[in-house]
Design a protein around this ligand. Structure first.
Ligand code: CA
Ligand code: CA
Length: 176
């Protein structure tokens, strides 16, 4: 049974069999915001789809809290280089963490059951300096957009065993 995480909750990285969980995916699922705009006197109503661009990222720190490595979208590079910050990339230097790529829209027409952005993790090959990994999620608002996490349909983060296209066993969920 998957654990439904509460904010601040701590859990063991173990499978239901008791073995350590070393290969897993952290995935985020969400939908575009779909509304029906009704026309004059109810005529000509149409569905309006507003794209939602969530970005899943992570930073890897050593035991002193210094940055060892990171994964975030290269789409932020213009802003990052202006602020003298390391440029975005989708694979860790040791190859143990991989991002599936940027989704800028979210599911249209309902939940497709798969996560839209996924970071796959293999703790067996991770740089020995890494002591903590922080996964984080932010909303990229396009010009004219103004919404927050509460308005995004079925937004959820989960940890599972499998691949970006196949979910074998869900370990834990967090309902955003
Ligand atoms: Ca995105
Ligand atoms: Ca999806």
């Amino acid at each position: 049974m998957a654990i439904n995480l509460q904010k601040g909750q701590k859990i063991d990285l173990r499978k239901s069999t008791g073995e350590a969980l070393t290969n897993f995916c952290v995935g985020v699922n969400w939908g575009a915001i779909e509304t029906v705009k009704s026309g004059f006197l109810g005529f000509g109503s149409k569905k309006v789809v507003e794209d939602v661009d969530l970005d899943l990222s992570c930073v890897m720190l050593n035991s002193n809290g210094d940055l060892v490595d990171w994964i975030y979208s290269p789409d932020y590079n213009a802003w990052l280089s202006k602020n003298n910050m390391p440029l975005g990339k989708l694979t860790s230097k040791d190859g143990s963490l991989r991002h599936s790529g940027d989704d800028r829209q979210g599911d249209v027409g309902g939940d497709d059951g798969l996560d839209n952005e996924i970071i796959s993790v293999n703790l067996n090959s991770i740089d020995q300096q890494v002591d903590k990994i922080f996964f984080f999620l932010n909303i990229y608002l396009n010009q004219g957009q103004n919404f927050d996490f509460e308005q995004i349909p079925f937004a959820k983060i989960r940890m599972y065993e499998g691949t970006p296209t196949r979910v074998d066993n869900v370990h834990s969920n967090f309902d955003i």
